[in-house]
Design a protein around this ligand. Structure first.
Ligand code: AMP
Length: 357
């Protein structure tokens, strides 16, 4: 039996965005305090956390003081510099651990790992030089997508290639960063599974949600996804397989393409995930509480879905719709406390309950 973190313990969270904010609220409800580490000013999570360290990830003294002030460390984004992890790891446990981060920080390592445990990914080829891209285009074909191995999110660090694309131009667009060329998948729909593994090995997955992206950014997640019972079972089983094989602790988002010939994994995220926000109104225990439970050594909660939900992201000017949305029946508003509205910036989301079971 894993030891449960005592009440009043402090959970350190790397990253002060909306995910850190909602993790902090969940931690508080379970009787914990939180300390946010975030390089930039005005972090949404800082508004609801107990402590804040504003320092760059290169500041070893700040990292040391942060680690010494907390009982366990988690994070809301996967691109934490390795040198920062080296400092933190010596002082406090980090969940999910380094292995999960190493696999998910690098698209190539991720695809190789998933294949090594027998799961399907899009056809891909490693691209380090422009000549590799020429060879990869010949091997994988077009249409295809060139993606940087690291630091890509919300469709950033990607270039689509078709028959008349020039490899040199595409490679330059990504500033010559190490990349992978991925075959374009003709998917029927995109779904994701939010899964959790507790320290004692218990695994629980939320019902898969169906995702629609606009301009590479998640627009809506709808549950239930329009998939068969078999596809639902396959999706949950493969997410469980990833969690178990990594001996993972915490919540993971697994993004999948549904195709005629089966499920293909797009990517995994070692953290709570935008496509899991529907769980706040659809389940007794949402993804944020599930994550805190896992990293604090609790047993997992009941994540069974009791409602049909449509989650809508409020991006940039979408906040202008807030007054109308607030007056819409069965609609729950979640704002992130970001003062400046910018195009493409996630400002909040709403969960609309479309039916209760
Ligand atoms: P990513 O940042 O890799 O999750 O990509 C963002 C979005 O681009 C995905 O959710 C898909 O809609 C689309 N996409 C990415 N990779 C592929 C692919 N290999 N085939 C088809 N669509 C893709």
């Amino acid at each position: 039996m894993t030891k449960q973190l005592p009440a009043g313990s402090v959970i350190g969270i790397l990253g002060g965005g909306q995910l850190g904010r909602m993790l902090s609220v969940a931690a508080s409800r379970l009787g914990y305090r939180t300390h946010i580490f975030e390089p930039s000013a005005g972090a949404p999570a800082a508004q609801v956390a107990d402590q804040l360290t504003t320092a760059p990830y290169e500041d070893k003294d700040a990292l040391t003081a942060f680690a010494n002030s907390v009982d366990v460390i988690t994070y809301e984004f996967e691109n934490i510099p390795t040198a920062a992890l080296d400092v933190l790891e010596k002082l406090r446990p980090i969940h999910p651990d380094r292995r999960a981060l190493a696999v998910s920080q690098d698209r190539l390592a991720e695809k190789q790992y998933l294949q090594s445990i027998g799961l399907s990914v899009a056809p891909y080829a490693e691209v380090n030089f422009v000549d590799d891209l020429q060879a990869a285009m010949a091997e994988i074909g077009v249409p295809s997508i060139l993606k940087t191995r690291r630091f890509g999110y919300d469709g950033k660090g990607q270039v689509r290639l078709n028959t008349d694309s020039d490899p040199e131009t595409a490679f330059t667009e990504l500033a010559g960063a190490p990349a992978v060329l991925e075959g374009f998948i003709e998917f029927e729909r995109e779904i994701s599974v939010i899964g959790t593994r507790a320290a004692d090995g218990q695994v629980a997955c939320f019902d898969p949600g169906e995702n629609v992206h606009l301009d590479g950014i998640l627009h809506t997640t709808t549950v239930p996804a329009q998939i068969s019972g078999r596809q639902r079972m396959d999706a949950v089983l493969l997410a469980s397989q990833i969690l178990t094989s990594l001996q993972y602790v915490g919540v993971m988002g697994v993004e999948l393409f549904v195709t005629k010939s089966g499920l293909i994994i797009n990517e995994i995220a070692p953290r709570v995930h935008n496509s899991g926000h529907w769980t706040q109104q659809g389940c007794t225990i949402d993804q944020f509480e599930q994550h805190i439970r896992a990293i604090a050594g609790w047993s997992l909660g009941d994540g069974q879905r009791f409602a049909d939900i449509e989650m809508l992201n409020l991006i940039g000017d979408d906040v202008d719709k807030l007054t109308d949305l607030a007056a819409t029946p069965h609609t729950s508003i979640h704002m992130y406390g970001k003062a400046a509205v910018r195009a493409g910036r996630k400002m909040g989301h709403v969960n609309r309950v479309t039916s209760v079971r």
